[in-house]
Design a protein around this ligand. Structure first.
Ligand code: BTN
Length: 270
């Protein structure tokens, strides 16, 4: 279907991302819809296909969490990628998305940084999140679906208290209002540029340099919660060229591919 958001967005698109587009007033999850589109053999989603929704009934985040979004409170979309990348670069797609969103909201005036691997935060509150899911076939990554949610306005929304306490909207974090289609066009333009850079020899290094520049945790003391629920405290050293986070855990170097940074304290503060 067509919509005012899509009509406003299309003239602003400069590349292939967002050229194929599906917009829903209500959908279970834009990422579920994008994965269905990928699997549709009659009309499979091409590289850069975009699914947008005003409302999700089953919006999801990492670690099985729910993503809250009602019309106007959140920009919710999923982007289909058809990576021809070497497998060791796939994890960097999340980093690319995190950097692209961080830079786009910074351009809108928010003092945002990137909390590895995929949270965009302002003053320790979450402004946006990225969920990367892939569909594999015969050991090959057929598609990666990047699900992205950006909080536009949390104050006055119906967000549950425990979400509202940890979240911030762009309306609260940036001095001037920005139209959702302008924000989306800026995110897509950056995403496409950095994603295409991943193909080049220098690409991973460039992406990691940008991610470290925008990182809220590199060089700081952190507590990491691993997928099995165990926790460890240490210092975030750097982001490696495969997108993993290198930590100094009381003298022991460890490279983490998946985990959650639950506590961040300024370096040196005990
Ligand atoms: C996270 O922070 O854990 C990731 C949140 C991702 C939310 C977005 S909203 C659009 C897309 N559809 C979903 O169901 N999830 C992502």
């Amino acid at each position: 279907m067509t919509s005012p958001l899509v009509d406003a967005l299309q003239p602003m698109l400069t590349g292939r991302f967002g050229r194929a587009i599906r917009h829903f007033e209500v959908v279970d999850s834009t990422s579920s819809e994008a994965l269905r589109w990928v699997a549709d053999e009659a009309d499979p989603a091409p590289d850069g296909a975009l699914v947008l929704a005003d409302l999700q009934t089953e919006g999801r985040g990492r670690w099985g969490r729910e993503w809250f979004g009602e019309p106007g409170s959140s920009l919710m979309f999923s982007l289909v990628l058809r990576p021809m990348l070497p497998a060791d670069r796939i994890d960097l797609i999340t980093t690319v998305a995190g950097v692209a969103v961080t830079e786009a909201v910074r351009e809108a005036g928010a003092d945002a940084s990137l909390k590895w691997p995929n949270d965009v935060i302002v003053r320790e509150r979450k402004l946006a999140g990225v969920l990367a899911e892939s569909r594999t076939r015969a050991d090959r990554v057929e598609a990666v679906v990047l699900g992205i949610g950006v909080n536009l306005s949390i104050e006055g929304s119906a967000a549950p208290e425990e979400i509202a306490r940890r979240a911030v909207g762009l309306a609260e974090a940036a001095p001037d209002p920005i139209e959702p289609h302008v924000l989306l066009a800026r995110i897509l333009a950056r995403l496409e540029r950095y994603y295409d850079a991943l193909w080049t020899d220098a690409g991973p290094g460039e992406i990691v340099t940008l991610a470290e520049k925008r990182s809220s945790i590199v060089g700081r003391e952190v507590v990491v919660t691993f997928p099995d629920g165990s926790k460890q405290e240490g210092r975030a050293i750097r982001i490696a060229h495969d997108g993993s986070l290198e930590l100094d855990l009381q003298g022991e170097r460890r490279s983490v591919r998946s985990g959650e940074i639950t506590t961040v304290r300024p370096a040196g503060v005990r």
